[in-house]
Write a protein that binds this ligand. Structure first.
Ligand code: ARG
Ligand code: GLU
Length: 695
């Protein structure tokens, strides 16, 4: 009997240990530490996060606010994904110096290229500030009153935060606003490009393979952090020197095998794991299909033009990737939600919640939450869709309309007076300049013709012949002069005349109405989260991703996407060659790489069977923003670089199913092989600390 109990305990424990979750690094002691150990980790909570001693967290940087990166040498060498550094790589590329196509490798510090605006931020310490932030906030307050009390608390608290002059801070809500944490940060602003493989390696497989396993992409690029003479954050200066980090990750040459522990440390962006079933239905049945359709319409034009014209290929490389990425993700998300039966599972869960309320005599207190959420979600549906279609057309896909949005905001600012206008004008000029750096009227007009009919019946492509804003100099001429004059000129521009009513409708009607309802929904979600944790305390609750530092852990593991099919967790260079299509824009393979394959010239980077590993899968619960995150082995060494999830599991932002949700990592041995054998940049390898933990 005891034996059976033990087995049950172990089975349940093992399953539980793979249920996903993105955890707060300062709170790993206890449950997480135990789970990680049961998965094979030899790390203690304080190896991962420590305030007084250097720890793993000191090597993890938030890359430009969107991706993750990690320090891998004592000279501030920084590793992230190719797709995270893509817009920097693109910005230094031209037809003559095509770093996208050919790759880039700095041979010395002097050749490393500065990147205006790019920054990397580290976390110095994390503190629970729930008590101060929620002081005098009570349940009988309206959402508005609550928010205003929280704002008051925040303002008072911010003045008392202890930190050094060069440090910054951030306060973020967790568990839907039931907890608050303070992050003391250090932001480095002199970040230089060190190396990038050609796109045929860094983005091998492109859109066809994106979000898909089996995968063979060397999705990495290298940067370096520069600091001032005191090793502190500083703006770009020739006098800056390579940053000496508090910690950098050693790299394991022994790699991974199926079943090995891995942990992913990074800055996941946004998840929504505690939505009611109605919300999931709205996302998958209404919002995703709409957004997919609009992006698909834009991609048709962009893709065709990129294939036809080399200049357009460079200009639109980064934009196209951004549009295509979510487009494909949403398709996978819908399939996964459908296949996993997430809506039914949520509904059952909600029934259980109601039962628990009843059993604990809390129906009066919390019984209204779900019915109210249901009402609100049906109320918000129309406006939510309008808001989405505006945003996909006017902010994401069509560039002329994006300029019109800013210009309308500028005119709105002019009503507040000169100062507001000047500020808005500066911002507008910056935006228009940055759009025109990589702009093709032909492409944009094509996009307009394809996407605008999905937003309105009022179509007039002739605005492209007559507006000033398809040309940078003419745009700047309209914006030149004193306020009234500029506003008058603007209101004579055909594109502006066309777009302004749409933009005004959005800012005056659609957006405020959406926000009103959304505030109510958020307030209920806060209560729902609180109620769940109170009446069903034995579930695993991890806070939704919110662009703060998190730890997720699991194992190297394959999966079964459908009946009779099992995907192994590791791919090899042999698979790159299998996929090779000469001259293809997605599956071409550089000659040098084919030669290295022919000669099996793998150096120290092959596995014990003499094969060169490319990518591997794990059960780590990741999301957008985890791109570039290190996959760390049981002893704290770098073994992989996270860059994607599998198609069947992209719904993990809403519903994590341990059976099929997998993250995809590049094997660090492939990264080293490319740097060393392919690019001949062995001076970079010498900077790193290579280890053999398994020997
Ligand atoms: N899907 C990955 C992510 O969400 C990789 C995107 C870059 N790759 C690409 N082929 N667009 O960001
Ligand atoms: N590629 C994603 C990113 O840019 C990470 C993959 C994911 O969403 O899991 O952050």
């Amino acid at each position: 009997m005891r034996f059976i109990k033990l087995i049950i305990f172990l089975v349940v424990f093992q399953l539980n240990a793979q249920q996903g979750g993105m955890w707060i690094p300062s709170l790993l002691e206890g449950m997480n530490e135990t789970e990680m150990r049961s998965l094979g980790s030899k790390l203690s909570a304080s190896d991962i996060y420590d305030v007084n001693n250097s720890s793993l967290k000191d090597a993890i940087g938030h890359f430009n606010g969107g991706c993750t990166s990690e320090v891998i040498s004592e000279k501030g060498l920084l590793l992230t994904n190719h797709h995270c550094g893509y817009s920097q790589i693109q910005s230094h590329s031209s037809l003559e110096k095509d770093y996208i196509k050919n790759g880039f490798w700095a041979k010395s510090f002097e050749e490393e290229i500065p990147n205006e605006g790019l920054f990397v931020e580290f976390i110095v310490r994390i503190e629970d500030v729930t008590e101060v932030m929620l002081k005098r906030v009570t349940d009988d307050m309206s959402p508005r009153e609550k928010q205003s009390q929280i704002d008051k608390n925040r303002n008072a608290f911010e003045k008392t935060i202890e930190k050094e002059d060069w440090q910054g801070f951030k306060i973020s809500p967790f568990y839907k606003g039931n907890q608050y944490f303070l992050f003391i940060t250090e932001r480095f602003e002199d970040i230089r490009l060190v190396g990038a493989p050609p796109v045929s390696i860094g983005k091998f497989g492109s859109d066809t393979d994106n979000w898909v396993w089996p995968r063979h992409t060397g999705d990495f690029s290298l940067f370096r952090i520069y600091a001032d003479k005191n090793n502190r954050p500083a703006k770009y200066s020739e006098d800056n020197r390579p940053y000496t980090p508090k910690h950098y990750l050693p790299i394991s040459l022994d790699g991974i095998e199926e079943g090995d522990f891995t942990m992913v440390f990074g800055f996941p962006g946004r998840t929504n794991e505690y939505l009611p079933a109605v919300a999931i239905e709205q996302i998958t049945q209404k919002v995703n299909p709409l957004n997919i359709t609009i992006r698909e319409a834009a991609l048709k034009v962009i893709d065709a033009n990129m294939k036809e014209d080399d200049l357009v290929r460079i200009q639109y490389a980064s934009k196209q990737a951004r549009i295509a990425n979510s487009w494909k993700k949403w398709i996978g998300e819908n399939l996964g939600i459908e296949k996993s039966g997430a809506v039914t599972i949520k509904k059952d869960f909600e029934a259980e919640f109601l039962k628990a309320l009843h059993n604990q005599g809390k129906t009066a207190e919390y019984g209204n939450i779900l019915p109210q959420l249901e009402n609100l979600y049906s109320e918000i549906e129309d406006i939510n869709l309008k808001r989405n279609s505006f945003s996909q057309v006017f902010l994401v896909t069509n560039e002329l309309m994006r300029m019109m949005v800013r210009l309308t905001q500028m005119e709105m600012a002019s009503e507040k007076g000169e100062t507001a206008f000047e500020k808005a004008r500066d911002r507008t000029i910056n935006q228009i300049r940055s759009i025109h750096k990589n702009y093709s009227v032909k492409v944009d007009k094509g996009v307009y013709k394809n996407v605008m009919p999905l937003f309105t019946d009022n179509i007039d492509a002739s605005i492209y012949e007559t507006t000033a804003f398809v040309d940078l100099e003419r745009s700047l001429a309209v914006l030149n002069g004193e306020m009234r004059e500029v506003v008058t000129k603007l209101n004579n521009d055909p594109a502006y005349i066309y777009a302004k009513p749409f933009v005004l409708d959005f800012y005056q009607n659609v957006d405020p109405e959406f926000k009103r309802l959304n505030t109510e929904i958020n307030a209920l979600q806060t209560q729902y989260m609180k109620a769940l944790m109170e009446v069903m305390p034995n579930q695993r609750y991890f806070p939704d991703a919110n662009r703060t530092l998190r730890v997720t852990y699991g194992k190297v593991n394959g999966y079964s996407p459908r009946d009779a099919v099992y995907y192994k967790p590791v791919t090899y260079l042999d698979g790159v060659i299998e996929k090779y299509v000469p001259g293809d824009y997605e599956f071409d393979v550089p000659e040098k790489l084919r030669q290295l394959y022919e000669n099996k010239d793998y150096g120290d980077y092959a596995d014990k069977n003499g094969k060169l590993p490319i990518c591997f899968l794990g059960t780590n619960h990741t999301t957008g923003g985890n791109s570039g995150s290190p996959a760390i082995d049981a002893e704290g060494n770098l073994v992989g670089l996270n860059f994607d999830r599998v198609w069947e599991g992209t719904m993990s932002d809403i519903y994590y199913d341990p059976e099929i949700c997998r993250n995809i990592m590049v094997d660090l041995r492939y990264v080293l092989f490319i740097i060393d054998k392919y690019a001949g940049a062995d001076h970079l390898i010498k900077e790193m600390k290579l280890v053999h933990p398994k020997k």
